[in-house]
Design a protein around this ligand. Sequence first.
Ligand code: GDP
Length: 463
Amino acid sequence: MLSREDVIAARATPPGSGAIAVVRISGPGALTVADKVVSRPLSDCNSHTAHLRNLVDADGSFDEALAVVFKGPKTYTGDDTVEFSVHGSEYIVHRLLKALFNAGARPAEAGEFTFRAFFNGKLDLAQAEGVADLIAADSAASHRAAFHQLKGGVSKDIEVLRQELIRFAALIELELDFGEEDVEFAGRSELREMLNNTTTAVRALMQTFETGNAIREGVQVVLAGRPNAGKSTLFNLLLQEDRAIVSDIAGTTRDSLEDRLIIDGIRFRLIDTAGIREATDTIEKLGIERTFRHISGGALTLLVFDLVSSTKEELAKDIAEIRAHTGMVICVGNKLDLTGRNENEVYAFWNDFLQQNGASAFVSVSGLNEAHREHLKGLLRGLVATDDLDSDKSMVTSLRHFHALQKSEQALVLVMQALDNGLSGDLLASDLREALNALGEVTGQVSNEDLLDYVFSKFCIGK
Ligand code: GDP
């Protein structure tokens, strides 16, 4: 593990030139280091103040910068910190970093500023991960979840559960201490109820992961279907651009194309695929294999079919094939304009049959009709559960948190079994500890070097 005594320095803004670039340094002694690269000292300035300074190194003055002084412990990292806003040139940034390294700082590792904040008790681990998620958030929903986590929303819920379990453990312990006198201080039914409530709460949090994960990663939507059904056309219609190659030669979309689409603040990852059909050559075969890989990993499949040329037998077969890989198939009947019928007639013809054969929903559209974009968007939006989204309640968006909760839940089930079997307190203790430790992993109360490395390696340098 890296020393927490060093002064660390890194650029905090993205590479490339821009109006301003920010370089920050932090650590005990950061002000002494900073003083060596500025024309007039910063160390005697008040905390949280900004100062105009010339930046200087052995070759002279090289920029005029704004230096913001933060004195610990009331800083992001908890240590003394200086942020230099310089003119956004690569050259200046490199020269400043070099000057700072010569003055005693060292390059910061990925996430090291936030790691220090964690170590100095400014943030717990879940909050620190919230910082990384917030930076990565590109939709209103993922932003809201990350911000909630950064603000400690998830941590608070975990802490409530931990406290409940600690109370439970204390009651069991009491019983243990007096075990020989055969005194039951806490009635078994009362204990069981406590445990039940906590387990239910852990499960409720776990259940938010399905939506939470979709929010964080984007809801994966695979466009599948036979060649020429209009997958690429619908893909383009949704994305409002000619992203995929549209052609009337069957099987021209050979590779999978992925793009994102934000609907109502929720990110969807749309994947156009090569289509389902007997592959006639190897390249197409690869594409088709990829279709199935996507389908098996995908949460949702839009099965696009040509309303004019498709038969019910074909559709039943395609739905079954996709259902063998994934749960939800939404049928999109395309080329409505060529059917000579209206939506209601088409619906009456297809809907019951498709649902009976395992489709979750059916819509008919024309890929050439701009107005039908909204039908498709409405359809997609309606597929994401919104209960978890619209409130301020915590949502588990991280697989790491989900696994920790799962571990905790499994241990709690064992505790419950032990209670049911009338086992004594000492036999419950280790499972109980396991459940507590697992919860503690979420917030980092229980951590080890591997876990911390894993979490902070996902950060960018300078954060
Ligand atoms: P893919 O192989 O499933 O990706 O199908 P494409 O999107 O390449 O479409 C195949 C052909 O059908 C192209 O010539 C499209 O212009 C045409 N097409 C797609 N959707 C519609 C539609 O709704 N109505 C009509 N009339 N033609 C369509």
